[in-house]
Ligand binder design. Structure first.
Ligand code: PEP
Ligand code: CO
Length: 454
């Protein structure tokens, strides 16, 4: 474990001296205070031991031995805290990870955007409809999406509810991982009907067959179910946006130095809040968790280097992941100078591509969507660029769901712009559905396989 000197200039509250953007305004400060006091007394959701384990696995990913698959909803809803939705989220991540193992021959680190992804940054603080202006919906941790005065009022009670829902989610995830979840390893349980519609159908089926064969081989060899042989780990992550919530869950633990954010294994800083002088960077620099920073096309190489110096002054491997989200049109121009600067400076970061957030568009009907071919294009370009800069793609970050929603356009199942209205559910960003996510995993596995050969 890494031991660093205690920093007397940092405290879980020191972010309050900086400019904190994207924070809700609570009318009742006393109620906020009471909720935070309660939150600070509640048990952790994850342990420092698990956090350190993830950090060491991310260090291996940075060294090219593992690969991170991070995915889940743009924003979780309290209503989605129910068994079938949670099972489907695990199932899609597990199945994608098995496909990726096949292509990349690297162990996969599975990180869900779940058990705490309840706060959202917004482009405006308020929303106006028909002459009425109300606070924007900022995620279930803050307020409710319905456009009424009461629903949109930030409510401190929701912070406690978020902790409770996150705890229920993680509790069920742990139970599934420990118990009969192994069934989902078996390709006969996969829903791959869409595959026949793809020009790569036979390629996909061969991958699935070989996954099935390897699992059966391991089971025969050891007489155990695959889950026992290679215990599947799931880690949790969310955007560390609501700083009072994160502060209340920042703790010291027995027999380890430093402070841990015990609400999640892997918090990340969003593209809108990564200002090097801002409150979020100040908060994150003091916690021991491994962390991500989203970087979009506006980031300069100097800023990226500055983020490394502030957030990872000791250049600890596994601590810092850059989640780049440039967009398919700009990645070719924006990513190379960043990677060159960071690599030349000898800064250890894990490069993880989020091919979703730089590729969002709005249809003429007003729906936010993303196109499958642009998503895969950003992934392909990122993979090549990193290789050319003598770095490597160490992970991917997707917004996806195990349900067959219609929010993104394209893929073998042929979702068109006209299909979007059929089952468009997201309150925030559009997600890949089950079939699109599986197809993305197959294509990424091919990319990783070609990368190995190249
Ligand atoms: C998100 O991950 O949902 C998000 C808001 O991303 P970004 O910070 O990259 O815009
Ligand atoms: Co999003």
């Amino acid at each position: 474990m890494h031991v660093s000197e205690p920093d007397s200039t940092w405290a879980p509250t020191s972010w309050q001296t900086r400019r904190a953007t994207q924070q809700p305004e609570y009318k009742d400060q006393a109620a906020l205070h009471t909720a935070l006091l309660q939150l600070a007394k509640l048990p952790p959701l994850v342990s420092s031991w698990e956090i350190e384990k993830l950090k060491s696995q991310l260090a291996e990913a940075a060294a090219g031995q593992r690969f991170m698959l991070q995915g889940g909803d743009c924003s979780e809803n309290f209503d989605d805290c129910e068994p079938s939705a949670i099972t489907r989220k695990l199932k899609i991540l597990l199945q994608m990870s098995l496909v990726l193992v096949q292509g990349g021959r690297r162990r996969i680190i599975r990180v869900g955007r779940f058990a705490g992804q309840y706060a959202k940054p917004r482009s405006a603080d308020t929303e106006t409809r028909g002459g009425v202006t109300l606070p924007s919906y900022r995620g279930d941790m803050v307020n409710r999406p319905a456009f009424t005065k009461e629903d949109r009022e930030p409510n401190p009670e929701f912070l406690l509810k978020a902790h409770g829902r996150a705890a229920l989610t993680i509790n069920f995830i742990r139970a599934l991982v420990d118990g009969g979840f192994a069934d989902l390893h078996h390709p006969e349980y996969w829903d791959l009907g869409f595959v026949s519609k793809s020009p790569l159908a036979s390629d996909y089926m061969r991958t699935v067959e070989s996954i099935g064969e390897s699992l059966r081989f391991m089971e025969t060899l050891t007489g155990h179910g695959a889950a026992d042989i290679n215990r599947v780990d799931f880690f949790t992550s969310h955007e560390g946006l609501h700083l009072y919530y994160e502060q209340a869950l920042t703790r010291q633990v027995p027999r380890r130095p430093g402070w841990y954010n015990v609400s999640t294994h892997f918090p990340w800083i969003g593209e809108r809040t990564r200002d090097v002088d801002g409150a979020h960077v100040e908060y994150f620099r003091g916690i021991a968790n491994p962390m991500g920073v989203k970087i979009g096309p506006g980031v300069t190489p100097e800023e990226a280097l500055c983020l490394c110096t502030i957030l990872n002054p000791e250049n600890e491997p596994g601590r810092l992941t850059f989640i780049h989200r440039m967009g398919a049109d700009r990645v070719g121009e924006r990513l190379p100078p960043l990677v060159e600067t960071i690599e030349r400076a000898g800064r250890k970061v894990l490069w993880c591509c989020d091919p979703m957030h730089g590729n969002t568009e709005t249809t003429s009907g007003g729906l936010k969507t993303r196109r499958f071919e642009r998503i895969i294009s950003e992934l392909e370009q990122s993979c090549l660029i990193l290789k050319e800069c003598r770095a490597h793609l160490g992970g991917v970050h997707f917004e996806l769901t195990g349900e067959n929603v219609t929010e993104c356009i394209g893929g073998a199942s042929g979702i068109t712009e006209a299909d979007l209205v059929r089952d468009y559910r997201t309150q925030v960003d559009p997600r890949l559905n089950y079939e699109q996510a599986m197809e993305m995993a197959f294509l990424l596995a091919r990319l990783m396989q070609n990368g190995r050969k190249g």
